[in-house]
Design a protein around this ligand. Structure first.
Ligand code: AMP
Length: 123
């Protein structure tokens, strides 16, 4: 299956990109679930959390750190925010290139899930 996020990284399809460096990119989610909702995505293709190799530890740490850095820059870090990695079917993963959801801008309830799963994204 084609990788939607590699296409965004390659500028083959448009996205509202808010940050990019050598290792990661961040762009607004096309279907926001909070006033602020963006994804932090590694430029290296890793399908799911189950596929993270030892050599990827720094990269995944960078993804998480990027969420905090952008939170400070965008002004929501102190109020707080939620970060989510969905994994495989039961986790509700629909794009198979790991990504960290960052949600902010209002108090977020708990538990953070619905009983119904999302539909996979057509790619
Ligand atoms: P997940 O369902 O956890 O795999 O997350 C995939 C996310 O990608 C969903 O929240 C989608 O709304 C989002 N998404 C799908 N296509 C795009 C796109 N073209 N640009 C930005 N976000 C997208």
């Amino acid at each position: 299956m084609e990788d939607l996020f590699l296409k965004i990284i390659a500028r083959e399809i448009p996205a509202d990109i808010i940050y990019e460096d050598e290792y990661v990119i961040a762009f607004n989610d096309i279907s926001p679930q909070a006033p602020v909702h963006f994804l932090v995505v590694p430029k290296k293709k890793i399908r799911t959390l189950n596929d993270i190799a030892d050599e990827d530890q720094a990269l995944v740490g960078r993804m998480i750190q990027t969420a905090g850095k952008l939170g400070k820059k965008m002004g929501f870090a102190e109020d707080g925010y939620r970060t989510v990695f969905n994994c495989n079917e039961y986790g509700g993963q629909t794009v198979f290139h790991i990504h960290l959801h960052v949600l902010a801008g209002k108090p977020l309830g708990w538990p953070p899930y619905q009983e119904t799963l999302k539909q996979p994204v057509e790619q």
